[in-house]
Design a protein around this ligand. Structure first.
Ligand code: BDR
Ligand code: CA
Length: 307
């Protein structure tokens, strides 16, 4: 199985991505590290602990950086609610998070995995940038970073920026320019992979985890315009790409993160044409689309396997 670390800010779609990864049976999930984004660090860490407890797993949960590299937290409360996982009440976990810092934890796991570690980054890139700054020697030992974030054209929090990149552009710039093998699952692909209402009902009927997952989706639907619409589950696309890359259309582009102070702060400027002022050698595998039906089937099947 593929050794995996999941860095996330649960978050409704982060939870869905976690369920999908575990249900696939493809990964040896060695840890969940948390980063502020959808909620503040204590909230998203608590959510991760409760999700792991609900699943009956013993995956370590390790809190990461408290704030973006520069600036303050600006949690996505209007979308994910005050707890960052509103809409369900999960029982308390009997276990606490590890006292260790996520960055040191990730470094130790990467060393142990001897070049095989894959990282799924489902929130702002603060912890990943901190890892690269603190342990530059580990860069060559990360097999791949697959992240949800960015867009080749237009954002969802500002006209130019996607939320995860916007929340910590300085961190994203460090990561994108690091030379790591990176797959970017941005809005280009996530918005094309929306689940249909009848598929959400299939998830609901598939078992205990499916019922919880559908309840989380109900909250998102209720918050943003009611049921009966298709639902984008951004972070789950990262799990899907890692499980079955062949479902997706992935292209290599040069991408640079705008860390300026203008309205395009947090934009992942993508040289769709491989030339032009400032263009450099392609550095990111950008997922631009894929087989929506195949994604939905894979999602439903993975969740159903959890019972
Ligand atoms: C991203 O922002 C968060 O709200 C979601 O969890 C996802 O990671 C989508 O822009
Ligand atoms: Ca997320």
């Amino acid at each position: 199985r593929i050794p995996l670390l999941m860095d996330c800010d649960p978050g409704h779609d982060d939870a869905a991505a976690l369920f999908m990864a575990l249900g696939s049976g493809v990964f040896d999930l060695q840890g969940i590290t948390t980063v502020p984004g959808n909620g503040l660090l204590p909230n998203v860490t608590e959510n991760a602990l409760r999700l792991v407890a609900f699943l009956g797993e013993e995956i370590p949960v390790v809190p990461g950086c408290v704030k973006p590299l520069a600036g303050e937290c600006r949690p996505a409360l209007s979308y994910h609610g005050a707890t960052a996982l509103d809409g369900v009440i999960l029982p308390l976990s009997q276990r606490g998070s590890l006292g260790e810092n996520a960055v040191d934890f990730m470094a130790a796991k990467i060393r142990e995995a001897a070049g095989e570690m894959v990282i799924a980054a489902l929130g702002p890139l603060t912890n990943i940038a901190a890892l690269l700054l603190s342990y530059p020697e580990l860069k060559g030992k990360i097999k791949r970073l697959c992240l949800m974030g960015g867009s080749t054209s237009g954002g969802n929090i500002t006209p130019a920026a996607e939320f995860n990149i916007w929340h910590d552009p300085e961190a994203a710039a460090i990561v994108f320019s690091s030379g790591l093998p990176i797959t970017m699952c941005g809005l280009d692909v996530t918005e094309k992979m929306a689940l249909r209402p009848e598929e959400i009902e299939e998830v609901r009927r598939s078992g205990r985890v499916g019922a919880l997952c559908a309840q989380l989706f109900d909250y998102c639907q209720d918050t943003f315009g009611g049921n009966g619409r298709d639902l984008v589950v951004h972070d789950a696309v990262v799990s899907a790409w890692l499980i079955k890359e062949g479902l997706f259309d992935t292209r290599r582009f040069y991408v640079e993160v705008d860390t300026g102070k203008s309205l395009s702060r947090g934009c992942t400027a993508t040289y769709i044409r491989p030339f032009g002022v400032g263009c450099k050698e392609a550095n990111i595998d950008v997922v631009v689309g894929g087989d929506r039906d195949g994604f939905a089937r894979l999602f439903i099947d993975c969740i159903a396997k959890l019972g």
